[in-house]
Design a protein around this ligand. Structure first.
Ligand code: ADP
Ligand code: MG
Length: 566
């Protein structure tokens, strides 16, 4: 007799599995709850968290609410009021449609739902524990819904282990709410964390007021409006002038039919439209709303609906490209390169950037030094990337970028150490006001102690406004605003930073990378030789600051063996 091994999973296990896919971290629970409030046509939504949402998440709205019977159905798996046929699945106009969010959250938390519809005089409160109803009672409340999620993940401790630090989770939530608030200027949002109001933004008719608050006044003052409409595609919003760009994608806001999405191709189209106006390695900043008939987008391709599929991309890309290039041309933007990233070796085209100045004034790496006897004077550059030279016992292959990075890194480290000894601080002649985005402000606040140990003097004046009084002497020639933003970018990208040496290492490695000769740059014989000589004299010269090898040495005996001479 054969033994059956396949069984249908019990419902609570199914719910926990679904939860794993949708509610991977607190931010996704917040997203689902706020989207439900938006789908319920609320025009005022409050979000209140404790402990980055791990202890509690409360989302209240003044939307249409749920009656008793609906309330009892709402947190079951695959129950929804938003679609009912496959046909409707092809033109979803709401943010939700799968009916799994509340069920998933209920499966892994203690959930309290309170809701009232307009035609009732009071509401109902349901308490749910691990997916089961604990109690149902009447409650006095205005029309709308209040969802409270307590102890998220308490029944899946394994999930908790995978979460990043509470600060990181908090920043993800702040970033999500930034997207939602920018996508819905006609809705009042109030956000509190650990009982403190983080923002409270009234309804408005334009997104501009919110841009200043959420992204800072620098972005605000560099905006160019975008407006395109044809028979079925609408594109509106803002891009920034090419003089203000970002190395990260987190200042790119893309909404399709009101939904926040990520789309590499659309992002590329925007970048492409800027063409050579953009400095290398930077991205444009944009807040773009695209509207299309619902039939032409498939939102059912990703568990959290972060990506969508378009029925016809050609027309969309063309329209987008056209409207952005037109806006840029109309504003008569001409570009000049003062980024300092493209350091041309040998000539003096060093620019105003910190690394540029440092190289020029203190530590020009291209001084001629006596020829190191281990390096022959004939150096071959392969593919503008590797330098091949004969050594006494064989030959060496050097990665020009990695090598230069290491050389600069060691120079920068020495300079910083020297300055720390004299605790050299440069007091800015004028206090600098830093106006950051909400997420950047949270990041700076989190790391302010680290910045101080490095020699920065920073005080927070308001939510997103900081005063900068001094910088480490090493950085006196840099634009402080640029410097802080670059460091924040680096901090955000990196994993948890534990100590000051980590930070300064990252910072210096970052600067070294920016200033180093690029892979793909052609070097003159003289430059190639100087690079190898410098490398020989540099500490830790086997790897770049990020740990990649700078050189590979081949012994002549290895060659002999390959050619079967031995
Ligand atoms: P979905 O949003 O995919 O339909 P959910 O599990 O998020 O699935 O919600 C289930 C149902 O509960 C929704 O379809 C909606 O009818 C109801 N619901 C959830 N949240 C709210 C709310 N804030 N206001 C009114 N109804 C809600
Ligand atoms: Mg939903």
């Amino acid at each position: 007799m054969s033994v059956r091994k396949i069984k249908l999973l019990p419902n609570d296990v199914i719910a926990k599995i679904a939860a794993g896919e949708v509610i991977e971290r607190p931010v996704y629970a917040v997203k689902e709850l706020v989207e439900n409030a938006l789908d319920a046509k609320a025009d005022s939504i409050s979000i209140s968290l404790e402990d980055s949402g791990l202890k509690s998440i409360t989302v209240s709205d003044n939307g249409e609410g749920m009656g008793l019977e609906d309330l009892k159905e709402s947190f079951k798996l695959h129950t929804t009021s938003k679609i009912s046929t496959t046909e409707q699945l092809t033109r979803v106009a709401t943010l939700g449609f799968r009916g799994e969010a509340l069920a998933s959250i209920a499966a892994i938390s203690n959930l309290i739902l309170q809701s009232r519809i307009k035609k009732e005089t009071g509401g109902t409160k349901i308490e749910i524990n691990n997916g089961k109803i604990e109690s149902i009672s009447p409650v006095g409340m205005p029309v709308g819904t209040v969802v409270t999620v307590n102890n998220l993940f308490h029944s899946v401790p394994s999930r908790k282990k995978f979460l990043k630090s509470k600060q990181t989770e908090y920043r993800h939530i702040l970033s999500l709410l930034t997207h939602i608030a920018l996508a819905n200027p006609h809705i009042h949002f109030h956000f509190k964390h650990n009982k403190k109001t983080i923002f409270d933004v009234p309804k408005t008719t334009t997104v501009l007021e919110r841009i200043t608050l959420f992204l800072g006044s620098t972005i605000f003052s560099n905006l160019l409006p975008i407006d395109f409409q044809d028979s079925y595609i609408g594109i509106s919003g803002y891009i920034t002038k090419p003089s203000l760009t970002t190395p990260r994608t987190n200042k790119q806001f893309l909404f399709v039919n009101g939904r926040t999405i990520a789309d590499k191709l659309i992002t590329q189209v925007v970048k492409h439209a800027y063409g050579s106006l953009l400095p290398p390695k930077t991205l444009p900043i944009f807040i773009l709303h695209i509207s299309l008939p619902h039939e032409l987008v498939d939102i059912n391709v990703h568990p959290r609906k972060e990506y969508i599929r378009f029925a016809d991309t050609t027309l969309l890309y063309e329209s987008l490209h056209k409207t952005i290039s037109r806006t840029l041309t109309e504003n008569n933007l001409t570009f000049y390169d003062d980024t300092g990233f493209g350091i041309a070796l040998g000539d003096a085209s060093l620019t105003k950037s910190y690394a540029g100045i440092l190289l020029k004034e203190k530590n020009t790496p291209w001084d001629i030094r006596p020829i190191n006897e281990t390096v022959s004077s004939d150096i071959i550059q392969l593919h503008n990337l590797y330098l091949v030279s004969q050594t006494r016992f064989g030959f060496a292959l050097v990665d020009q970028h990695a090598a230069h990075e290491r050389i600069l890194y060691e120079q920068f480290t020495d300079a910083l150490k020297k300055e720390k000894k004299d605790s050299a601080q440069y007091h800015l002649p004028k206090v600098q006001k830093l106006e950051l985005s909400l997420t950047d402000a949270a990041l700076l606040q989190e790391h302010v102690a680290l910045f101080e140990t490095l020699g920065f003097e920073i005080t927070q004046i308001k939510n997103t406004v900081f005063f900068l009084y001094s910088v480490p002497l090493l950085f006196q020639d840099r634009q402080p605003m640029e410097l802080i933003t670059e460091m924040l970018e680096d901090l955000e990208k990196s994993k948890k930073i534990k100590n000051i040496d980590d930070t300064s290492h990252k910072m210096l490695a970052y600067l070294a990378c920016r200033a180093a000769v690029k892979a793909g740059e052609s070097l003159t014989k003289k430059q190639a030789k100087e690079l190898l000589e410098k490398l020989e004299k540099t500490n830790n010269n086997a790897t770049c600051p990020h740990g990649r090898p700078t050189k590979i040495i081949m012994d002549i005996n290895q060659l002999h063996r390959m050619f079967k001479r031995r």
